[in-house]
Design a protein around this ligand. Structure first.
Ligand SMILES: [Zn+2]
Length: 223
């Protein structure tokens, strides 16, 4: 199987990604109203709607899944999310936000009651618990739970030491500064274990949920 090509689609704040192998997986979809950006990126990269084998949501925050319901009107592919974050996705609400600093607390005030209104009755098709092999979706790689930011956060690992990790690690100032844990952390112990999964797999490049790719040698985690 060919090595997958990863295309970052910077939507307003959050990233969506195309993982293009024999088939294509969409990872995350940005806030509501941003499906157009994904469809345009598909066209630019010559990915047909029928090439999409899976839509993988890294975790149950609306800035990562808000456009899925629009996408599903155009694309007939199953949606996968870890079963611990699936209930939030299925209801169109935010997974709990645990802020680590005053700015994050302020963001929580604005974000916690957000809802995705036009949900078209869509629910997750695959609520995985452990890992999810991607062979059958035409991509060499797998999805592994990497909880911490939320309890149901998960990441997509590619065999050549790259991973798409949602909000596990973010840029300190959205697109600048140092890479660090997201300012929302549900469970620090689980977060540290998830970082060790990245280390254990020798991941060199991560594609975060916000901003450009991160070289893992730049990551400093205080214990
Ligand atoms: Zn998040």
């Amino acid at each position: 199987m060919v090595e997958a090509r990863v295309v970052r689609i910077p939507l307003r704040f959050a990233n969506s990604y195309l993982v293009i192998g024999e088939k294509t997986i969409i990872v995350d979809s940005g806030d509501p109203g941003f499906s157009r950006g994904i469809l345009q990126a598909m066209e630019k990269n010559e990915v047909k709607k029928t090439d999409i084998s899976l839509i993988f949501i890294t975790h149950g925050h609306i800035d990562h899944y808000g456009s899925v319901f629009e996408l599903k009107r155009e694309i007939d592919a199953p949606i996968a999310i870890h079963r611990l974050d699936a209930p939030y996705f299925n209801q169109g609400i935010q997974a709990p936000l645990y802020p680590l600093n005053p700015i994050a607390s302020a963001i929580k005030l604005v974000g916690k009651n957000l809802r995705v209104k036009k949900r078209y009755g869509i629910k997750a098709d695959i609520e995985f618990k452990e890992k999810l092999e991607l062979q059958e979706f035409g991509v060499q790689g797998l999805i592994i739970p990497t909880p911490g930011h939320t309890l149901g956060s998960a990441s997509l690992f590619l065999p050549d030491k790259r991973a798409i990790t949602g909000d596990l690690i973010v840029w300190q100032y959205l697109f600048r500064g140092k890479p660090r844990p997201a300012p929302f952390l549900h469970d620090r112990n689980k977060f540290v274990k998830s970082i060790n999964i990245l280390k254990g797999r020798g991941i060199k490049t991560i594609y975060p949920g916000h901003g450009p790719s991160i070289d893992t040698s730049d990551i400093r985690i205080k214990n």
